[in-house]
Design a protein around this ligand. Sequence first.
Ligand SMILES: [Zn+2]
Ligand SMILES: [Zn+2]
Ligand SMILES: [Zn+2]
Ligand SMILES: [Zn+2]
Length: 668
Amino acid sequence: MNELLRKRFSASSRRGLYPSARVPPLPGMEMRAREDTCMSHDLTPPIPPYAVSLHDRFLCSHCSSCFRALPSHAPQQCFDLKSRSNSAPPFSCPTCFASVRYCSSACFASDRPLHVSSHECFLLHQSHSGTCPADDDTADLRVALRLLYSLEMRGLLPSESTDLPNRIGGLLVSDLQKVLEEGGEVAEKIREGGMRMSCARNSGGLHGAVMVEEVVLWAVITNAVEVQVSKGPALGVAVYGPWFSWFNHSCSPNACYRFELDNWCEESTSCESSSFRVSPASTDEASIAGWYHEEGGLAREFCKYGPRIVVRSIKPINKGEEVCVTYTDLLQPMAIRRVDLWPKYRFSCCCERCSASPQLYVDYILSCDARNLNTKNNNSATAEYDELADLLHEAIAEYSSEDNPKSCCYKLESLLLSQSSRGNNSMENTLSGRKFLLHPLHHLSLSAYVALASAYRSLYIIGLYEEQNGEALKMGRAAAAYSLLLAAATHYLSLFESSLIAPTSHFWLSAGETILNLVQSSISGKAKEKYESKFRSVSHFQCAKIERLSRDEFMSNSMQFIECISTILSRCWPFLVRSFSYLEKIEDPINFTWLGGAILRPLCSLGSKGTTAFGKSKCFAWEYQSGRRIEEEMNCLYQLAIYSLRYGRYLATICYGPQSYLIDKLTI
Ligand SMILES: [Zn+2]
Ligand SMILES: [Zn+2]
Ligand SMILES: [Zn+2]
Ligand SMILES: [Zn+2]
């Protein structure tokens, strides 16, 4: 299933795709800009990790050292322990029956000693021989073992007799005692994981004290990030030192991050502090002094392998301003962000978005009942909301856990339909009583759209596979409509909270891809060529400006993309939504003013003409003809796909840079 979905709904999801303000309890560390910086600028060089581990499911297919995919001729299945006649794949660890593999002798040489000495090898060997539960992912435990060993070798571990430290190797580990005393899911994970780590470190023997293991595992839980270097699921987890882990969280962040599979960083000067546009700040002098000591020594030694992380500005930043990323999904209202952040990071966010009073428009819209769009007081019925949220998550689980996309779509659409307001008919709205009414910008609607787009996409693929072309086309239309609705809704929200351009870029790219697939499977190769050449001949899109981008230029570019998309979409929307009752109720998926009431017009209204290079190109669209044949609909959809992909690529380049995996294979 769709990884974005898994991430959004997994209870134990960690700092994922969408980067927001941590208020660390004790000596607070933070990162501040050294100079004025425009949006769309790398703030750090590629930072090497302290420790990395692949998720279990990628151990057989990727290099444990550099995270690159292994050559495809290597056997993709795990080496079978029982049939030893099979020869082990090249550059694999023989001790754990090739559980760990490398792409080259250089990667093997650089990583295997750490793999063995950290006892990761023993842990995998145990999992393989069924001594330990094999179904849950051991990446967190393995990255903790690696981190523990590296810290130990540098004499940075706390001794068993001392009090629990606040930091180890610069990583925040405070509050562990409280976490364990309070109990709960995280505490259980730490206790159980600590035992397994200790067991591995003592080669199976039991050892009384597990304090060090628990501290390091807690460091992993609060500091690790999912390594996303390709579409699909994250390959593994990584822990970075202070140069990354000291960036605090904000729900209105001015930066986000990406990963790079760099070449080896031998004697490179890129890790020198002079290439950073940020520097650490703290009220605590000792922490700052420790900074240069730790970074100077640690990072250089830790940095021989693994994916690098780069932090990049997504808003203009003033000299001295704090630079923050997000640790949670920012398309959630404040209450949910709090619940999500607390167990892992132990702070109640009080960033500008969370502490605004009255709450900011974006948070109001994300959580208000559809009727309150007209009255603008947010006294929603909480019990009804809770009930609805439960039903919705149950429906989504039909797909995410039960792998039944059809039932998921049916349940979600029935729910959305029964919970949506009947337009401006106040009579009927009153009749719907105390039911919670959703509107398309509510966070539950957005979650439903994510699930629906993904579920319909799988139904579309199933339809194609079974050669049910009519059914496939229908499912494909719904997948395209929901992915467009999602992209357009987050675009609208991003006009009020600009850090939301990061998730918005993913959604436009995914909408573009969905539509393009639909078009390509529905038309002949010949027709496709015709579209492409026609499009090329009329379109003179230049690359929209990315470098030294000002906020006004960005808004102007963005509005022009949206204007083009909106023009084309108004022509294809009726075709896409035909016979889907919920979608048919969405009058205009881009301009939400039809919702009435508190829906604000975007700051920068449609039709404003910019003066950038991109401004010279004009959007074009074929004339509308009524009673169009399918081929004409496809022609229109093709243009829509191209504009969605281009806008997605534009936003992704701003947030993640021109080399990001999101755009590197895009040739439109
Ligand atoms: Zn490698
Ligand atoms: Zn091994
Ligand atoms: Zn916040
Ligand atoms: Zn380096």
